[in-house]
Design a protein around this ligand. Structure first.
Ligand SMILES: C[S@@+](CC[C@H](N)C(=O)[O-])C[C@H]1O[C@@H](n2cnc3c(N)ncnc32)[C@H](O)[C@@H]1O
Length: 641
């Protein structure tokens, strides 16, 4: 994967305000535009923007609702925007706007065509009858092709150009960049036969200097919101801007990027059946900060297409934000297309790339250079992460998730946990069996002990301050333990946990559950390239870099075979973020995502194959047996067995 970097220069708009206002005068949206058939009412200048009383622009009899139907989305209603935000919303030029970085990355024409085609914005249709919004127009990478399609549509339907006057709206925060976009749109319109004056007038009606996030709540519902929103990390945003956005866009939680707010704003603006089509970073699909956005989408929208583009040449510059194309409709979820674009992706001769990729997903085409694609029948519910997998792997993953139960399951008494954290390993871990009273030493399994695939205890012990009943031992009963702990008293008492509970100064961070030592269990070392479960027959207690699994119903060697297989690996790869060098994290939250068959449903010969494969550490044999156990022989090629 190419090493990507984000363009380092953030063009700041701290310029002479007089110049800005002059440019804005020529570019800001016409506030009152007459048209033979329609009238856009002027915006009420100083109206406070609230969710209930947001400025409403009526158009063709269809008015926007309060802040684009926040209640329909099953979200908290956005709170009243701050006065700062209001000022910006009205004239687009408050300090808040002026102080913001712009997150500039420009999109390649073939990607723009792909996205416009996927969204259905095609010249064959009556585009003048639609309302299309470009929320962050830049120099017009999307806008100019949109204008081209619109003008072709107008001409082929013998419509008047005036019919298209209110069919497009483009926002751009940076006045200089908006001037460039205007120039290019004028040029495009001239090619469609408009005079300089007509072209300039139309372009200025369409393009405005303004902050989409603050202004769009006042805009009318759109059939299409399309583009490439800015990428700006939350900690690069001025605090007042961040606060204003968070108030308006409740999905903008945690350490999120501004593009999350653009997705929410775009979705809110959609009319029934309307489409949002963006290329933007895909981190939100799996990260904690994207959870609320995922919930909003699954509550009220349907995901139509996701094309991962990490390695595809999608932008003018190389960028660090791994991008994806998303097409989301305000409609019920139906079958979705999932595709992946590699370095060889680009336009295809003689046909629409969007049609080709969709054809590939549905099996009508066998090859589209640079792409893999498939369909999935259901999308992911609620805040659940959207997995990062090759399309065919995703197809298999969905199938497994539909058919099988989670690994951690009350019905099978299967639990996953993590070993003990001490807060002072140098004090609590020893190899000296004489250090303290013998019953205060627990054999401790360390990550290194699992390296060979079988547990090879390295002779480490945990100095165990816990009584069997779950409270700390009375040190008066253990004079050697007391002497040892007193020697390290200062260090132990300096720990956060000891400062919180001074009487328990000699505790480990986690309590020890003594029965776990004698229970058979599987260990999973955290950072690994492949799944590597290791059996402990009930001899050790796990250290905190080891995750463990215990089960009442499973034969752990049979389960170990399943978890050694590439089927288990598929789940981990889908949900965990890979580290540098391809290392995977085998943490509890990812292990819990693995689905497994009912242990009672497995025929004995299959159990035996899994057991033997586990004992022999034979991943291929484990995968072959797992394919039989899951009944997924048709998908064996996906697992590259
Ligand atoms: C990633 S660039 C995309 C430009 C263009 N759509 C493209 O694909 O090439 C994002 C653009 O959004 C503009 N921008 C940043 N914040 C904005 C905001 N709050 N409202 C409108 N535009 C904004 C930036 O100035 C920049 O031109």
């Amino acid at each position: 994967m190419a090493l990507l970097y984000l363009r380092a220069v953030w063009p700041w708009l701290r310029k002479d305000t007089a110049v800005q206002h002059k440019e804005a005068d020529t570019l800001a949206f016409s506030r009152s535009v007459s048209h033979p058939a329609r009238t856009i009412e002027p915006v009420r200048k100083s109206a406070p923007v609230t969710s209930a009383d947001c400025v409403i622009t009526c158009y063709q009899g269809s008015c926007m609702t309060a802040f684009q139907a926040s209640l329909e989305l099953d979200l908290q209603e956005p709170s009243t925007a701050s006065p700062v935000a209001n000022a910006a919303a009205v004239d687009g030029h408050s300090q808040l706007v002026a102080a913001e970085p712009k997150g500039v990355v420009y999109t390649q024409p073939w990607v723009v065509d792909l996205i416009l085609d996927l969204s259905g914005y095609r010249a064959e249709d009556d585009l003048a009858a639609r309302y299309a919004v470009e929320p962050s127009a830049g120099a017009g990478a999307f806008l100019v092709p949109m204008v081209r399609r619109l003008m072709t549509s107008v001409a082929s339907r013998r419509r008047s150009v005036a019919d298209a006057r209110e069919s497009i709206r483009a926002y751009e925060l940076d006045a200089d960049v908006a001037v460039q976009a205007t120039r290019l749109v004028v040029q495009e319109l001239r090619e469609h036969g408009l005079s300089e004056t007509e072209a300039r007038d139309l372009a200025q009606t369409w393009i405005g200097v303004g902050n989409y996030l603050l202004t769009s709540p006042q805009d009318r519902r759109a059939d299409l919101v399309v583009g490439n929103p800015p990428y700006i990390r939350y900690d690069d945003l001025p605090l007042d801007a961040l606060e204003a956005y968070r108030r308006l866009y409740p999905t903008m939680v945690g350490r999120c990027d501004i593009y999350v707010a653009f997705i929410e704003a775009g979705l809110r603006q959609l009319s029934e059946g309307g489409t949002l089509a963006f290329i933007c970073a895909d981190r939100w699909m799996r990260s904690a900060y994207g959870a609320e956005l995922r919930r909003m989408i699954s509550a009220a929208f349907g995901v139509e297409t996701v094309i991962e583009m990490h390695d595809a040449p999608a932008f003018d510059d190389e960028v660090a934000a791994y991008p994806a194309v998303i097409v989301i409709r305000r409609a019920r979820q139906a079958q979705a297309v999932v595709a992946s674009a590699g370095p060889g992706a680009g336009p295809v001769a003689g046909t629409s790339l969007a049609d080709a990729v969709t054809g590939l997903a549905h099996g009508r085409l066998t090859e589209v250079p640079g792409f893999t694609a498939t369909t999935v029948d259901h999308w992911f519910h609620g805040t659940r992460p959207w997995p990062a997998l090759e399309p065919h792997q995703l197809h298999l993953l969905k199938l497994l998730e539909e058919r099988f139960a989670p690994l951690e399951d009350e019905n099978t008494g299967t639990k996953i946990g993590i070993g003990v954290a001490t807060g002072a390993d140098r004090v609590f871990i020893t190899t000296d069996p004489e250090l303290v009273e013998p019953d205060r030493l627990l054999p401790l399994a360390m990550t290194a002990d699992t390296r060979q695939g079988t547990l090879q205890w390295s002779g480490h012990y945990l100095v165990d301050p816990w009584a069997k009943r779950g409270s700390l031992v009375d040190l008066d009963e253990y004079p050697r333990l007391r002497t040892y702990l007193d020697t390290h008293g200062e260090k132990l008492q300096g720990r956060h946990i000891a400062r919180q509970r001074p009487r328990d100064w000699y505790r480990t961070i986690d309590p020890v559950h003594h029965q776990l030592t004698s229970e058979p269990k599987l260990y999973f070392p955290d950072m690994k390239l492949t799944s590597n479960p290791v059996l402990d027959r009930g001899e050790t207690y796990p250290h905190h870099n080891l995750y463990y699994l215990t089960s009442k119903a499973w034969d752990l060697e049979v389960l170990g075979g399943l978890l050694l297989s590439r089927v288990a690996q598929l789940f981990i790869e889908a949900y965990c973020v890979r580290m540098r060098g391809g290392t995977l994290r085998f943490q509890a939250q990812y292990l819990r995502r693995i689905r497994v068959p009912d242990p009672d449903s497995l025929p004995e010969p299959v159990c035996d194959q899994l057991r033997q494969a586990f004992r022999a550490r034979d991943r291929d044999a484990a995968t072959t047996a797992a394919i039989t156990a899951y009944g997924i022989a048709d998908h064996a090629n996906v697992l590259a067995c």
